[in-house]
Ligand binder design. Structure first.
Ligand SMILES: Nc1ncnc2c1ncn2[C@@H]1O[C@H](COP(=O)(O)OP(=O)(O)OP(=O)(O)O)[C@@H](O)[C@H]1O
Ligand SMILES: [Mg+2]
Length: 368
């Protein structure tokens, strides 16, 4: 799949700019604070209706604008799609695909899939479990609308249950609601665990392959999914549901005593080791970066295999953080689909890769 054309109106620092992209490689270069990341963000936004970095949609609206629009021509599944997302200060977001209003945000993912990689992701291994859960969730919600639904439901119930536990000291009657929340969380949680376990199995295989190549065959990467201790993540969702109910029961007293939600997949993690040692604690800077890169490139391959087309790869300023050997490796690995790479210095990459170079300056594109 590829994005052929993109128009940004009042999006971040772009007032009204149209881009015609190359089907393979697009190098986006320019000084700091000119709009390179904003451009990649717009493409990611078009693929899922969420920005990988903004907390609220309002941040995406140009300071001086009232309404913004991101529109793209996308070639996927051997067809051409016109996708549009409009939003504004005083208007609800509107999504349309080929001029037909979309009922659900997840319809976007069926047209365009992206894998976004930024320097923060290089810290994926070193950070807390929340970062790795976010990585899993982002990958899975693009692949499976059902996963996204279960995740939203789970998070909604989790937050509500946390509030009930917290407020129950003053209002003990709230505790009567708990069984209903536990039931819902076990249902949605069972689906999350079921999908995460299967995804991690594939991730482990692909990422180990990439990591091994990147380290010249010297390092073995292992990725292991860790969830609620008494759950067999490879059982059926119905069985996982029963395991979760059981786990909730055994933690009932502890939850009431601590007023915290202690049971469920909201604490899941990926245990990542390099040559048998825990990467988070013992990995070197370069090793943990390579492992993070391997996870992201594996995400792209799994997505490509699942949907039958390579997703669009968005690499934001990651090369400058890698040593020359790894840079070379990344560049040799990114073929086979459309890629966007941002960089600062000059258009050096443009001469190394086949494609088009865009010079971004103050929200304008000076393409050649
Ligand atoms: N909603 C907005 N409206 C107008 N301008 C915005 C908005 N959000 C961000 N900007 C501006 O966009 C610029 C940053 O753009 P971006 O993050 O894309 O930079 P960049 O080219 O990736 O730079 P760097 O090389 O430092 O990463 C900043 O000048 C910022 O003020
Ligand atoms: Mg940037």
């Amino acid at each position: 799949m590829q994005i052929d054309k993109l128009r940004l109106q009042n999006f971040r620092n772009y007032e009204d700019e149209t881009f015609c992209f190359h089907p393979l490689c697009n190098v986006i270069y320019g000084d700091n604070a000119q709009g390179k990341t904003n451009l990649l963000e717009a493409i990611a936004y078009l693929s899922c209706g969420r920005s990988p970095r903004a907390r609220s949609e309002k941040e995406l609206l140009r300071f001086e604008g009232d309404g913004a629009k991101v529109s793209g021509s996308i070639g996927s599944r051997q067809r051409e799609f016109q996708v549009e997302i409009g939003f504004g200060r005083a208007m609800r977001r509107k999504i349309s695909i080929n001029k037909v209003p979309a009922k659900k945000t997840s319809e976007l993912a069926a047209v365009l899939s992206t894998v976004y990689f930024c320097p923060d992701d290089l810290m994926l291994i070193r950070e807390g479990a929340a970062a790795r859960r976010r990585f899993l969730d982002e990958a899975l919600r693009q692949l499976l609308p059902r996963y996204e639904e279960a995740l939203l439901e789970y998070n909604r119930l989790y937050e509500h249950k946390t509030r009930i536990l917290r407020d129950s000291e003053e209002k003990p009657s709230l505790l009567q609601l708990l069984p209903e929340f536990n039931e819902g969380m076990a249902r949605a949680g069972a689906l999350l665990i079921h999908y995460r376990a299967r995804y991690c199995e594939k991730l482990a295989t692909f990422a180990a392959q990439v990591h091994s190549e990147c380290s010249g065959g010297k390092e073995a990467l292992s990725v292991c999914y860790e969830t609620v201790s008494t759950v067999d993540p490879f059982a059926s969702p119905q069985e996982i549901y029963l395991h979760l109910i059981e786990h909730q029961r055994s933690h009932e007293k502890a939850e009431l005593a601590s007023r915290l939600c202690l049971s469920g997949p909201h604490k899941d993690d990926l245990v990542i080791s390099i040559n048998g040692s825990l990467a988070k604690s013992f990995g070197s800077q370069g090793q943990t970066r390579t492992a993070a890169l391997a996870l992201k490139l594996a995400e792209r391959e799994i997505m490509g295999e699942t949907i039958g087309e390579m997703p669009v790869l968005l690499l934001d300023d990651v090369l400058s953080e890698l040593d020359p050997r790894r840079q070379e490796f990344v560049l040799s690995r990114i073929g086979g689909g459309q890629v966007f790479i941002t960089c600062c210095e000059d258009d050096r990459l443009g001469t190394m890769l086949t494609g088009k170079v865009f010079h971004i300056s103050n929200g304008h594109s000076l393409s050649r």
